[in-house]
Write a protein that binds this ligand. Structure first.
Ligand SMILES: [Zn+2]
Ligand SMILES: [Zn+2]
Length: 343
């Protein structure tokens, strides 16, 4: 079968690889129909993703059609349309449950492997996935199903934060992760403001995600927010940049008693001024990936029309063209979400 393979950094090819087959009675053979491409894929392509072993079939944002099911599978059947939860934990790896999995925190399993990142993913004609990682929908289109993983990152972070309609929230970074956070804050009903140095991204958030107050200058944002909030500051700040300087600046943007939720990540140290942290009795938390319930809740919210995804996808391409499109998309700062069709 055909697949999109990263042979090494900057080497992306469309080529034949071995067919996949059912591996056990709980496995499912699926055909990816629409695959979203994100920052993780661009980083892998550019050789900036440290834990990648090349060659790798990328693709972890997946809208798939079920082709064949193992004899013990009861949640899906051939022809079903599903989103894939790409996080393979202890159960899927046939291991004894780790500390996190035992407590149901499969999103940060100690052995976590993500499809298309740590193991071959879905940019191919068929692949095999454990049945419990498939979330079916009788109504959503494959394009919508391919968006669910991205939306789940923000949905999980907002749930973890515990914010309510009374909060005033700043989201730093208006790329896909920032937008997925904003979309879930809108569900809660809190007021959202956005900071991104890219003017076109903040305009996109304003136009399609109902954000009233946007900022592009990290130097002046504190004063601008104070004047909008009558001298106060936000009660919660979500960082969706993974940029060290931005993450550290979050502590300057949050009001006394507020929360900082780091969603974007990097491998560096971030410096916290403890006097500032303690004086304001701040709370700091990380949010990683998403849980199975986040996927099922999002599917229901999209089916009920409560979440509108019509503005999300800004580029579409046939998958074989990705060998040339990848370098263009990875450079395009105005791109929100590019998806590829596998037909
Ligand atoms: Zn992604
Ligand atoms: Zn585990």
């Amino acid at each position: 079968m055909k697949a999109i393979v990263l042979e090494s950094p900057n080497q992306i090819v469309y080529k034949n690889i071995q067919d996949n087959h059912l591996v056990d009675s709980n496995s499912v053979l699926v055909k990816p129909r629409v695959v979203g491409i994100c920052g993780t894929d661009y980083h892998a392509y550019m050789g900036k993703q440290p834990f990648i072993n090349y060659p790798l079939v990328i693709g972890h944002e997946l809208g798939v059609e079920v082709l064949e099911v193992g004899c013990d599978v009861t949640n899906v059947e051939p022809g079903d349309a599903c989103a894939v939860e790409p996080y393979m934990g202890c159960q899927e790896q046939g291991e004894t449950l780790c500390f996190a999995c035992k407590r149901g925190h499969t999103n940060h399993c100690l052995r976590l492997k993500v499809l298309g990142v740590h193991m071959d993913g879905g940019l191919c004609e068929q692949f095999v996935v454990p049945s419990n990682k498939l979330h079916r929908s009788g109504e959503l289109k494959y394009e919508q199903l391919a968006l669910i993983e991205t939306l789940a990152i923000g949905y999980h972070a907002v749930n973890r934060s515990g914010i309510s309609a009374h909060d005033t929230v700043l989201v730093v970074g208006a790329g896909p992760i920032g937008l997925s956070i904003i979309q879930s804050i809108n569900l809660v009903g809190a007021d959202t403001m956005v900071l991104d140095v890219n003017e076109s991204r903040v305009q996109f958030a304003k136009k399609y995600f109902g954000v009233k107050n946007t900022f592009v200058n990290p130097e002046t944002i504190s004063n601008e927010m104070r004047s909008i909030l009558n001298g106060d500051m936000p009660t919660a700040v979500f960082d969706a940049t993974g940029n060290t300087k931005s993450m550290e600046s979050s502590f300057d943007y949050v009001g006394s008693g507020g929360k900082i939720i780091l969603v974007g990540f990097n491998r560096e140290n971030i410096v916290i001024n403890d006097e500032q942290f303690h004086r304001n009795e701040l709370s700091l938390m990380a949010s990683r990936n998403a849980l199975p319930g986040d996927f099922t809740n999002l599917i229901a919210l999209m089916e009920d029309g409560i979440i509108d995804t019509s503005h999300w996808i800004t580029e579409r391409e046939n998958w074989s063209a990705l060998v040339t499109t990848m370098s263009i998309w990875s450079d395009a700062t105005e791109l929100i979400k590019g998806v590829v069709d596998i037909s």
